[in-house]
Design a protein around this ligand. Sequence first.
Ligand code: SAM
Length: 269
Amino acid sequence: MPVTMITEREFTQFQRFIYDAAGITMANGKQALVSGRLAKRLAHYQLSSYGDYLKLLESRSEPAELQMAVDLLTTNETYFFREPKHFALLRDLAQDARDKNRGLRVWSAASSSGEEPYSIAMVLADVMGEDAAWEVLGTDISTRVLASARRGHYPMERASQMPQAYLKRFCLKGQGSEAGTMLIERSLRQRVQFQHLNLNAPLPKIGQFDVIFLRNVMIYFSLETKRQVVARLLAQLRSGGHFLIGHSETLNDINDTVIAVAPSIYRKP
Ligand SMILES: C[S@@+](CC[C@H](N)C(=O)[O-])C[C@H]1O[C@@H](n2cnc3c(N)ncnc32)[C@H](O)[C@@H]1O
C-alpha cells in the first residue's frame, strides 16, 4: 500500500508521543528517522499514513503497539567496555569491597541490549569472585533490547574493546552457523537481572546501590527531564556511592548535590 510522506503535524505528534512516553526530546528535522523506523509498522497494519498509525496508538486498541513504537523510537547503540575509565574505577571499588568483605550493588540504568551490565558483571566476577555478594541490575524502557539482553548473544564486533581474558573466560564463541557471534556464559548471565523501567516516572522498589551507571541516555532528555531523572536516581545511591555518566554528558546545571571526582564520575557525599 502506498504510504503518504510524514507531514509536519504528524511529526510534531510523534515528538509529543515519545516525550510523554519516555521523556525523550526528538529534535526537529528528524522526519526521515521517524518515518524510516515506523514504516514497517504501517505496513504491518496496512495503513497508508502516519496519522492513521498515530490514531491506532491513541485508540489503545493495540496496547502492545505503544511499547513497539517506544522500542522503535529509542536509540540503543552500545558495546562492551564502552568508556574504559569507568571500568577501571569499578575494578578499584570492587577490590575495596572485597578487601572489606562487603558486597557491591551496581545499577546500569539505561542498559540497552546488555553490553554495559555484562561488562560490569565481568569485572565484579573477576575481582570479587563469581559467587561473591555482588549484584548487577540492568534496566531499560525498551522491551526489545531487554529481551536481547537476556539472551546475551551478540555479534563479535561488539566485544572489540573487551579484554581477551574476559572473552575467553565469560563468553562462548559461536561455531558453524553462529560463527562471528558470541554468547555470554550461562553462569554470568544468571548473575545479571534485567527489568523494564522508565527513568522518567516514579521508580519501583529497587533498593540502594553503590554504583549507578547513567550513560548516554541523558543526551536525549530535556534539561528539566535530566534534573528530575538524576534526582530520582541519586535517591537510590548510597552515601559515598559513585554515579557515572557518559563522557559527552555533564551534571552542570543539573544537580549540585554530588561531588565531581573526575569528568563523568561523581560521588555522593
Ligand atoms: C544509547 S543507549 C545507552 C546504552 C548504554 N548505557 C551505553 O552507554 O552504552 C540509551 C538507552 O536508553 C534507553 N532509554 C531512553 N529513554 C529511557 C527512559 N525514559 N527510561 C529508561 N531507558 C530509556 C533506550 O531505550 C536505550 O536503550
